[in-house]
Ligand binder design. Structure first.
Ligand code: OAD
Length: 238
């Protein structure tokens, strides 16, 4: 039994698709019906905070009504079996479904729907309540913004540093449900591969990271997860 076999994982919108949350790209994707410039940039927020909040409040409301699926639950189980220090999930998702499935220490590269930050005093807090009046205000009087990383904004550096650390020391790097086209998230898989990790992908379609992968599970995350875990446990027991 290999005790120090380390698994790092990068997840994207595809892992939440079976929970009923739309992905971003492709047919029916979120970016087909919304302008990135209007709802996912700091300029868009300065121009029309109400429009941006209406977009995110609808996503928060929807996420509250969704449940983690077999993909999220399988990864939480894998972490439980192998230990928190051996399984690290880095996600581009902001829906909180990994945490609701029981995964610990999730690295949220693109922020969270469940955190808000004041544009005046910069105070950040977690909240699961839906707001009656949009845009919501801080107790200091400033306008709150969703603590989401928008286009043109840097990633939270401490979180990215941890994700990089985990990618570098991983024996196996799992890429699940991401198109792999957004940087610097996609680089994590490239760095893991260049440092010697074996890379596996779970995605019904080939992502931009498919060329790195020794193994590809061409099915939905929830459908593939039992097999993925079985294959991992086989390697660890060797
Ligand atoms: P995308 O919408 O770009 O890609 C979703 C991927 O999931 C695609 O490759 C699909 O083939 C795959 N997919 C669909 N259903 C799946 C399923 N059931 N199981 C597994 N895979 C499935 O989403 P992301 O790669 O997450 O950033 O996008 C990255 C970032 O771009 C997002 O975090 C967001 C977006 O703009 C910000 O908002 C900052």
């Amino acid at each position: 039994m290999k005790n120090n076999f380390r698994i790092a994982c990068l997840t994207g919108a595809g892992i939440s698709a079976e929970s009923g949350i739309a992905t971003f790209r492709g047919m029916g994707g979120m970016w087909e019906n919304h302008s990135i410039e209007e709802v996912a940039t700091p300029e868009g927020f300065r121009k029309n905070p109400l429009l941006v909040w209406e977009f995110y409040e609808a996503r928060r409301k929807q996420a509250l009504s969704c449940k983690p699926n077999k993909g999220h639950i399988g990864l939480a189980r894998l972490q439980e079996i192998l230990g928190e220090k051996n399984v690290c999930i880095t996600t581009q998702n902001v829906d909180g479904l990994h945490q609701r499935a029981g995964t610990k220490n999730v690295l949220e590269l693109h922020g969270s729907l469940w955190k808000v930050r004041c544009t005046k005093c910069q105070n950040e807090r977690e909240t699961f309540e839906l707001f009656d009046d949009l845009p919501p205000k801080c107790s200091c009087g400033g306008i709150l913004r969703p603590a989401i990383v928008w286009f043109g904004e840097p990633l939270p550096q401490d979180i990215f540093k941890n994700a990089l650390f985990e990618a570098r020391r991983a024996n196996l790097y799992l890429v699940i449900g991401t198109s792999g086209v957004v940087e610097p998230a996609a680089s994590l898989a490239k760095i893991a591969a260049s440092e010697g990790a074996v890379v596996w992908e779970v995605n019904p379609e080939e992502s931009a990271l498919a060329y790195l992968c020794q193994k590809s599970f061409r099915s939905k995350a929830g459908e593939a997860m039992d097999l993925v875990i079985e294959e991992i446990l086989k390697i660890i027991k060797e």
